[in-house]
Design a protein around this ligand. Sequence first.
Ligand code: HSE
Length: 300
Amino acid sequence: ESIRVFAPATVANVACGFDIFGFAVASPGDEVVLTRSETPGVRITDIIGDEGRLPREASRNTAGISIQKYLQHIGQPELGFEMVLNKQMPLGSGLGSSAASAVAGVFAANELLGRPLTPLQLLPFAMEGERIACGSAHADNVGPSLLGGFVVVRSYNPLDVVRIQTPASLYCTLVHPDIEVNTKDARFILKNEVSLKNTIIQMGNVAGLIAGLMTPDYDLISRSLVDVIIEPVRSILIPEFNEVKQAALDAGALGCSISGSGPSMFALSRDADVAERIGAAMQQAFLAVGITSEAYVSEI
Ligand code: HSE
């Protein structure tokens, strides 16, 4: 018995919501083919598209560990699975690559076992994948990859994850420059303390973005896609960050910021053709300094 599962890339943080906001895109994403086996334990038989860089040992692989933790939880650690992981997106890209693999893996196992748990109940196991990938079990990539749409992590302890309504017409342009940023490093450079002044600005934008998405109010979304805490620190890891962001805004974006821990950048817009134009403008801005990139447009 075998199943093929696709889990989408995600944009985490969404400007103002570090570790608490994320949404799923249509593509790219990762695919897992999971097969039941008589031999106990989780085995990775093949990983395609990672240029041999990801651990083949299940307990060190985001998808493998998620399935192992899930099997322990449901009290069946002796079950056997063979997994083929098809990485269809770049590593260290800020597109939630480790999250998509973890989600595809644990979702596939749950399906093969007749769905003992709901998707929401699978979340803690996918988060274990994030813990081994970057040292922190954040849920803002695995949450939306698993549940779809725009997700708010209201609380980590206890875990409280909520899906938020988004406007009927909302598009995301994702541009991935061909450079790599390691999430662990991108978290390490952040300051532990935030000023009260910046906290107030950020809270206003967090509240404004949610209100703007749910109303919907595009102008409010636009005013709220601002990050005064993380972006000023992390943007130094992305060459031409300011120029690329300005190019997106000039092309009609509601807002533009870093996708997850970068180096990918995302922009939101109201129409599909504007989203395409934004992608071309952002790619052009990267190319001005010789950086090639991929652009993806998805409806949210
Ligand atoms: N919220 C996480 C971070 C997402 O920004 O470090 C990583 O993709």
